[in-house]
Write a protein that binds this ligand. Sequence first.
Ligand SMILES: [Fe+2]
Length: 309
Amino acid sequence: MDKDRVVEIGTDVRKYKNYNVYYQDPISGRFILYKPKGADVDEIRIDQEKVPKKLYVSLNDQLDFVSSRHEEYNRRLKSILKTSPRESKEVLTQVLDLGLTVPLGEVVHHMRDTIDIVVKEFLEDEDIVRKMAEVTVKDLSTSVHSVNVMLYCLGYARQSGHGYDDLKSFGLMGLFHDVGKLNIPDRILKAPRRLSMEEFDLIKAHPNHGYNILVQTKVEKRVRIGALQHHERCDGSGYPKNLKAEELLPESKALAIIDVFEALTNWRSYKDPVNSVTALDIIKEDVEKGKLDKRMFAVFANSLVGSKA
Ligand SMILES: [Fe+2]
């Protein structure tokens, strides 16, 4: 088994009953069959934690696994979206986590299906997205942040009068804006302390990483550009390219506001959340300094309360 053709799987090997599962021999570095397709892993072994810490399947098997699980998640989402915002949000996070275990180009179409389910329901009942956004979870993962940003993006796009196709793009943009963080180690992303200059420089590379990952997919241009530009600021003080307002896509400017709002209103490893009103006050200061777009800020603030003003 070639190293480039295997994918590390999570701890729940039971889900992989229908696949060959491998472990890596620490001495030779080779991938050796741990359990053949169709075989269960003994429950006692799992209880006693005798299963190797890291297990792998072939990339093709993982793609198959992701596809079938994704369809399952989408079916589940359809059935609970109207009634269970918390659970729906959990499913969305699982969809994203799962999709990111394989090259993104292979799963963008599944992600579109998921967004499609949300957008269709949202167009019928705007409260669906608002209620999901209001569910808070103390989870520092990029996936939870991205799902939140996706929900706010939908609210923003609707508030600005966009229709079905644009809503889907905005949703994908939210979901994938931080995908470049896949290339940054967790010990830096989740460090509960002030980062060193070198560490911060590594983090500042994530918009470029994200753009490069998304270029390999068939995702639309504004989704790729959103990933690249969401840390730019209208006055040129952002990163990675110090672009100014007129060089930025409107979607990127909206995404920048939403990204900051989500970061302020949710837990981070180094801080507790602030409430929405305080977050909007903080963002307003940056609007007044010319860093964030004034009109888009007003649209976003209205989208949070569902005001048509
Ligand atoms: Fe980011």
